[in-house]
Write a protein that binds this ligand. Structure first.
Ligand code: T4K
Length: 370
């Protein structure tokens, strides 16, 4: 294995020379932000690529989550998962909403639809599930519950760029879906994000909310925020889109190599494909189980000593952070599956230019530990 450190991910960047003409156009026009030409072109190109009708670009996924909740006027309590990046629950607290945490499904590690109904109270207004690692949630079961109780559904789809489930893009489910284009994601614009909207009216409202609430030049009709993606990010996104299929294909090769090599290693469970038709291989999580010779943390440390920086996404659970810990729904006894997953999970390096020989060596390293 090479001497350089290996991280859990490494952002893809197109050749700089290919980005220069985009930059020259920005320098020439001096339109840097506020919905310029690249922003408009990138929105259209993304809609086409993702197979969705309406989408609003954002400066990052977190502001997009905050805005999605505002757009649907969500208040009271929202049912969500403790097994996610902290931004999911933070978006609720920032909006003065109480997160109600519900345990996850042991197969997919996504919010368990069977546990949602008992958590619904008269204050519940919405469900915020996460397509963790890009594996689709049980969207039909979640929608059935939402319909029965008149709840909105906002998907945190930060990991689900390009994922196709049954019946097309996984992003068309629920009332809104939120993407992240952060540097560490399958598709990146350095920072960035988007909300997938069901119709033009909702997109209009979201576009106003991300631009301070302005409606025209003189009127402010919503308490908006500055959530706009710049022309730089939009231009980069347009260029990145030309590469995305090749990048996901390459990630698929890495995924398949890990799976083949780890299949026979006792005590290691690779999280399944969850049956999705077109996955994006955004992460490669393994669960280090009791019959493996080392604990998850010991394996993580041995990798670290070798310069291989795996990540324990998602540990600690969101419910273990100080601002959530005292909520009744944060009680670990009510979250046994999430608690166990957070103790066992290790995300292995996966990114397009990770050599398959290195993937082999990482898997071999796992296999030979005693
Ligand atoms: N919802 C979910 C489910 C999410 O996972 C996220 C973000 C969000 C919402 C919010 O979306 P954004 O507002 O971020 O758009 C990272 C990311 O910062 C975060 O975007 C991501 N989820 C989360 C899962 O991971 P860290 O603190 O683990 O990242 P960091 O800086 O330690 O990077 C991980 C590794 O990636 C590094 O060891 C090296 C490599 N790296 C990272 C960066 C930033 C690079 O090689 N280059 C880079 O520029 O949070």
């Amino acid at each position: 294995m090479s001497n350089r450190s290996i991280f859990v991910t490494r952002p893809f960047l197109p050749p700089l020379s290919e980005f220069v003409p985009y930059l020259e156009e920005i320098w020439e026009n001096r339109v840097l932000t506020n919905g310029g030409g690249y922003h408009q072109r990138f929105e259209r190109a993304l809609c086409e690529y993702l197979g969705v009708d309406h989408l609003a670009l954002f400066a990052n996924g977190t502001i997009a989550l905050l805005t999605a909740l505002q757009a649907l006027r969500i208040s009271g309590e929202v049912i969500t998962t403790p097994y996610s990046f902290v931004a999911t629950a933070h978006s609720l607290l920032w909006n003065g909403i109480t997160p109600v945490f519900v345990d996850i499904d042991p197969d997919t590690l996504n919010l368990d639809p069977n546990k949602i109904e008992v958590a619904i109270t008269p204050r519940t207004t919405a469900i915020m599930p996460v397509h963790v690692y890009g594996h689709p949630c049980d969207v039909e079961a979640i929608q059935r519950i939402a319909d029965n109780y008149n709840l909105k559904v906002i998907y945190d789809a930060a990991h689900a760029f390009g994922v196709q489930g049954e019946g097309g893009s996984v992003l068309i489910h629920g009332d809104l879906s939120v993407l992240s284009f952060h540097a560490t994601k399958v598709f990146n614009t350095f920072e960035g994000g988007a909300i997938i909207c069901p119709d033009a009216k909702t997109k209009d409202r979201i576009d106003r909310l991300k631009n301070f609430g302005y409606c025209g030049e003189l009127e402010v009709i919503d308490t908006g925020i500055n959530g706009k993606l710049s022309e730089f990010g939009s231009a980069l996104g347009l260029l990145q889109l030309q590469y995305i299929d090749r990048l996901i294909f390459r990630r698929g090769k890495i995924d398949a190599t890990y799976r083949a090599r780890l299949k026979t290693v006792k005590g290691i469970r690779c999280l399944g494909d969850a049956g999705e038709k077109v996955p994006n291989h955004s992460y490669f999580p393994i669960l280090v189980q009791a019959d493996y010779p080392l604990s998850r943390d010991a394996l993580w440390q041995r990798f670290k000593d070798k310069g291989i920086h795996c990540r324990r996404y998602f540990y600690p659970l969101i419910t273990d952070f100080a601002m959530y810990r005292s909520l009744p729904s944060a009680n670990r006894e009510k979250l046994p599956v999430a608690t166990a997953a957070a103790q066992q999970v290790l995300c292995l390096p996966i990114y397009p230019d990770l050599e398959l020989a290195v993937v082999d060596e990482i898997a071999e390293f796992i296999a030979i530990q005693t």
